[in-house]
Design a protein around this ligand. Structure first.
Ligand SMILES: Cc1cn([C@H]2C[C@H](OP(=O)(O)O)[C@@H](CO)O2)c(=O)[nH]c1=O
Ligand SMILES: [Mg+2]
Length: 215
């Protein structure tokens, strides 16, 4: 029996574990790339080293240094090519392909477009096509409210995800990023677990297996 038949058959037995995977800072190196492009575009402006990053919004941290830096950061983020050219995070592409090939597991890529969507939204699709192939375009969910998407797990670097649904169906896996690595565990979302890196395959495999057992 082919794997897809097996997966279909399983639907009548137990349902699939549905895993949402965030893009920026989980699959794509948003922070590292932004810092590099910021220094190239504004070499005479102050910059925030990755070790100094605190809080989800890089825009806010720059704005706190000087108000006009916020709009300059947004200009870099929303410029043509920014999202298309993001390098993948180490191990991410292989890990996601492996998770999606696990029996009884389905993966969707769930990512928020910038409000300045003109390049961002299209380039996110281009990025997925480049690294995963055309078939994966059917697995992309673009939303600025991840709480209304139903799933078992959401792997995301943001630690304060809120939205219209006060009790999202998913449990969060907090993916470690420069801005959240100092966040103490008591400030992480309730029932969340941390994943430090895609290279730690023992941990992500364990997280998936544990979640499957709870179905
Ligand atoms: C403005 C800003 C956006 N982003 C990312 C998060 C969203 O992508 P994602 O949902 O893939 O992580 C996207 C739109 O806000 O840009 C940051 O990670 N930090 C920021 O400061
Ligand atoms: Mg993210």
């Amino acid at each position: 029996m082919s794997r897809s038949n097996k997966k279909t058959k399983r639907l009548w037995e137990t349902r699939n574990l549905r895993v949402l995977v965030d893009m920026d800072c989980v699959l794509a190196d948003f922070e590292g790339s932004l810092l590099k492009k910021w220094k190239e575009r504004y070499p005479n402006e102050p910059h925030i080293a990755l070790e100094e990053r605190r809080g989800f919004y890089v825009t806010k941290q720059y704005g706190d240094i000087r108000e006009d830096l916020k709009s300059k950061i947004i200009e870099v983020l929303s410029s043509e090519g920014f999202f298309r050219e993001l390098p993948p995070i180490e191990g991410a592409i292989d890990a996601i392909k492996e998770i999606s090939s696990m029996e009884g597991v389905e993966v969707f890529i769930c990512t928020a477009p910038l409000k300045e969507y003109q390049h961002c939204a299209v380039e996110k699709y281009e990025w997925i096509e480049k690294y995963f192939g055309r078939d994966w375009l059917a697995r992309v969910i673009l939303t600025r409210d991840k709480t209304v998407i139903s799933a078992d797990l959401l792997i995301d670097d943001r630690t304060d995800i809120t939205g219209a649904e006060k009790n999202p169906s998913w449990r969060q896996v907090v993916f470690t990023a420069c801005h959240n690595k100092h966040t103490p565990s008591n400030l992480l979302p309730k029932h969340s677990v941390r994943l430090e890196s895609w290279l730690d395959s023992d941990t992500w495999k364990q997280i998936i297996e544990d979640a499957k057992k709870k179905l």
